[in-house]
Design a protein around this ligand. Structure first.
Ligand code: RP5
Length: 168
């Protein structure tokens, strides 16, 4: 069997999901990355069902220039931890609301990594998926001024959406 995954030329962020059922949530992460001008690629590769494919993807992605991984999974959400075990690059974890416990199981699985191999863990569901994309932009902006400018513009625009309350 050949190694199969989706690649995007020039991708600097690799978005991974434990299942295609995570896509409706992670689509928001992908849209946010696109809005911030970040070339990325998205793949559904399960840590426990596609272990060899996952290892092959991470090694290949790194050689092609991926600098940050965003990993989404539900249940005993070990995907982000396994990716963090393979790479020394930053791994951001997005806990999914899967079939039970409203995603608390996924949140704890990611946040409670034993010392030495961190997974930067975000909120459960859409908020975390979007924030992981913004945080990836913040990391990448340290060495990429264009991303930094997009980020500042986004923050400015977001601030302007908050209306002042009527006085008196
Ligand atoms: C995890 O189990 C996935 O990340 C997903 O959140 C959850 C359910 O997966 P499927 O049964 O829909 O493939 O591995």
């Amino acid at each position: 069997m050949g190694v199969e995954f989706t690649t995007e030329e020039g991708a600097i962020v690799g978005v991974l999901m434990g299942s295609s059922s995570d896509w409706p949530t992670m689509q928001k992460c992908s849209e946010t990355l696109s809005n911030l001008g970040i070339t990325h690629e998205c793949n559904a590769i399960s840590a426990h069902r596609n272990a060899e494919r996952l290892a092959a993807y991470v090694k290949d992605a790194e050689q092609r220039g991926v600098k940050v991984y965003i990993c989404a999974a539900g249940g005993a959400a070990h995907l982000a931890g396994v990716v963090a075990a393979i790479t020394a690059l930053p791994v951001l974890g997005c806990p999914m609301k899967a079939w039970s416990l409203e995603g608390l199981d996924s949140l704890l699985s990611m946040a409670q990594m034993p010392k030495g191999v961190p997974v930067a863990t975000f909120a459960i569901g859409s908020a975390g998926a979007i924030n992981a994309a913004i945080f990836a932009a913040q990391v990448l902006s340290l060495s990429d001024d264009a991303i930094g400018e997009k980020l500042l513009a986004f923050r400015q625009e977001q601030s302007e959406t908050i209306q002042e309350l009527p006085q008196g």
